[in-house]
Design a protein around this ligand. Structure first.
Ligand SMILES: Cc1cc2nc3c(=O)[nH]c(=O)nc-3n(C[C@H](O)[C@H](O)[C@H](O)COP(=O)(O)OP(=O)(O)OC[C@H]3O[C@@H](n4cnc5c(N)ncnc54)[C@H](O)[C@@H]3O)c2cc1C
Length: 334
């Protein structure tokens, strides 16, 4: 909605889009997950060439191009610069060799937005570039990994994959710096707190009309305090998301605030999940479709998300980023 019309959008404001997105997250209709509209597209708009914007953005907007992110490798997780995948120039093409780990949606993505070293003779942060690569290119293969919550993620292998030089995105060898900037786009996402708010609201309604294990939780002092505490955490997370949206609407690139969103997500999602699981009792562990499952398995589904807190660095690093970018403190040594 908020993309310019010439790139397939409606030319509306990021605030309009976020209002829609929040309602969408709250009501959670079935949808396709992709990283194009939240991360790759906004990144291309800033660092892509005009030709790349025209080629990819309308396709991303229409979901004809579904993009996954290829940053993590077996030895490069939190430290995205530790990659070993290389891209060697050969005529008008780069030849990519390497391996990416834990890649969400790679099994149905049409493209991967990825990092590779284009200069191996310098420190990695000075020799990394970003590429957008067609997943149907010869030499790409996948193997599935099933995560703890039962979802499929992937290992993606690159063996002599030939990629046109025109698919290098942004400035050559500046990929690490550009990646840090691109990653911030994902974080002002108001849909996620809305989705958690929905299940929280449904749980409140549920306990108003049902006892759990013979207990009326609405009258239980400890349960009431925990519910109030979680309601505050959800609202705080939501408001910081909106602060990021607002700063973006003012043409700013909020960095410390984006890390705050990330931190609140990592703190609040397990909090909600643990609350639902613990207050829901043993029946909250039954999956959808099981006879005695509470709220038709929704509690079980959300409780699995308690483990999904690793994306984009851990809690300690996120706090370090806030200290550095928000408070201007020096980089931590050691
Ligand atoms: C479900 C799922 C989906 C994913 N999807 C994608 C995807 O689509 N694309 C993609 O590229 N990647 C993806 N990832 C990978 C994810 O981004 C990485 O797991 C994440 O970057 C952390 O890397 P790691 O798992 O290697 O952990 P590590 O980097 O080994 O970190 C392990 C622990 O050490 C801590 N730690 C590490 N370094 C420091 C430090 N300097 N200071 C303080 N603490 C530190 C971390 O906080 C963490 O708690 C996915 C992961 C999961 C679980």
């Amino acid at each position: 909605m908020h993309w310019p019309k010439e790139y397939g959008g409606q030319g509306r404001s990021v605030v309009d889009y976020s209002i829609f997105n929040e309602a969408y997250g709250y009501h959670s209709p079935p949808s396709i997950t992709d990283r194009g509209r939240n991360v790759v597209g906004p990144g291309l708009m800033v660092i892509g060439t005009e030709e790349q914007k025209k080629r990819f953005l309308p396709a991303i907007a229409r979901l004809e191009a579904i993009t996954c992110l290829g940053w993590t490798e077996p030895n490069a997780g939190s430290d995205l610069s530790a990659i070993e995948t290389t891209a060697r120039l050969d005529g008008n093409d780069y030849i990519i060799n390497g391996q990416k780990m834990f890649i969400s949606i790679a099994h149905y993505a049409t493209h991967i937005f990825m990092t590779a070293l284009t200069d191996t003779s310098v420190p990695k942060r000075q020799g990394m570039s970003l590429f957008i690569v067609d997943m149907r290119s010869p030499g790409i293969s996948l193997s599935p990994l099933i995560s703890m919550d039962g979802k499929r993620i992937n290992v993606v292998y690159f063996t002599d994959v030939r990629v046109p030089a025109a698919n290098l995105v942004g400035a050559k060898n500046r990929g690490f710096q550009q990646l840090a900037m691109t990653a911030n786009y994902e974080r002002g996402n108001v849909a996620l707190p809305a989705a958690y708010q929905r299940v929280f609201d449904e749980f409140i309604e549920f306990i108003k009309h049902n006892k759990i294990g013979g207990r009326d939780l609405t009258k239980d002092p400890e349960a009431r305090h925990r519910l109030a505490d979680t309601a505050i955490a959800l609202e705080t997370w939501r408001m910081i998301c909106w602060r990021v949206v607002w700063l973006q609407s003012q043409g700013q690139l909020p960095q410390a605030e984006s890390s705050m969103v990330q931190l609140l997500r990592k703190q609040t999602t397990p909090k909600v999940s643990r609350l639902l699981w613990e207050l829901g009792g043993p029946l909250a562990q039954l999956k959808e479709g099981t006879r005695w499952a509470l709220m038709n398995g929704k509690l079980e589904y959300y409780s699995q998300h308690a483990f999904n807190i690793h994306g984009q660095g851990g809690i300690a690093q996120t706090k370090n980023a806030i200290a550095r970018r928000g408070l201007g403190l020096p980089r931590q040594q050691g």
